[in-house]
Ligand binder design. Structure first.
Ligand code: ADP
Length: 255
């Protein structure tokens, strides 16, 4: 039954994406005013169509990913890649968002950026974009987000799992609203979005589906990686993606 559900979701998500892309494409054409000038009001309305459609597309893509993961049909590539490239590409995708909010974010990768990890380059970038976009989303104006890489011989995975050799750690820290201790263990579950008393109205001002972290964790596990989180309410959060280092003999000095 689970397989049937996942196959259905995967097919539906795929079919739904085609018309959504058409709506997105035509609203972008309208915004370009190739078919004639728009009034200020019309431009604002077209922008809302575009933003909502973009959100819908993200949701459908995430449901598709989750369905593929659940049905075991999601494939990840296993090859060596450079940590800094993944970080810089993720940073470039959220920089505008950070600037628009007045959140400071590093220009490019910091730390052991030459380190090489083993995994799927696109999926690692997808996870990083999700972590960095969340960090920006849940940090108020004037706050900061920092992304840096280190190589760790024995990463602290906690009780859930024993570490198995050196890993490249991608650390995403923010000075944002933080996450309450009782919510921390649940945020990696699908459709869970943390609510924390008086902060909830602020939190839910943010768009999102509650799927990003669930997908990211499953992707990380599929690549033999891990994601950990430390957070303090009102102080900030640090999410760390660990990916197996390319060579068990790797050390920061050699990389
Ligand atoms: P979404 O961001 O779409 O809501 P996610 O699965 O990415 O879903 O995140 C789940 C929840 O975890 C978020 O709704 C938020 O409550 C909490 N969260 C994630 N990242 C952060 C962060 N950097 N700071 C504070 N809360 C966070």
């Amino acid at each position: 039954a689970i397989n049937a559900k996942s196959n259905f979701l995967a097919t539906m998500s795929h079919e739904i994406r085609t018309p959504i892309n058409a709506v997105l494409g035509y609203s972008e054409l309208l915004a370009l005013e190739l078919a004639g000038p728009l009034t200020v009001e019309q431009r604002a309305q077209v922008e809302r169509i575009r933003a909502s459609t973009g959100h819908l597309l993200t949701l459908v893509n995430e449901v598709l990913d989750l369905a593929k993961i659940e049905s075991g049909t999601l494939r990840v590539e296993v090859r060596e890649s450079v940590a800094g490239e993944a970080v810089n590409s993720a940073l470039s995708m959220v920089r505008l968002q950070a600037a628009a909010k007045g959140v400071h974010i590093n220009e490019q990768c910091e730390g052991a950026c030459d380190a090489r990890y083993v995994g799927d380059r696109d999926r690692v970038r997808q996870i990083l974009v999700n972590l960095v976009a969340n960090a920006v989303k849940f940090t108020k104006e004037g706050g900061s987000v920092q992304v840096m890489c280190t190589v760790q011989a024995e990463p602290p995975f906690g009780r859930s799992r024993k570490s198995d050799g050196p890993h490249v750690a991608f650390q995403v820290s923010d000075t944002g609203i933080g996450i309450a201790p009782d919510q921390l263990e649940h945020i990696f579950e699908a459709f869970v979005q943390a609510e924390s008393g008086a902060r909830s109205p602020y939190t839910r001002e943010q768009t999102g589906t509650g799927l990003g972290l669930a997908i990211s964790l499953q992707l990380a596990h599929q690549m033999r990686g891990e994601i950990t989180v430390e957070s303090e309410l009102g102080v900030g959060s640090t999410f760390t993606l660990y990916m197996p280092a390319a060579d068990p003999m790797d050390s920061p000095g050699r990389l």
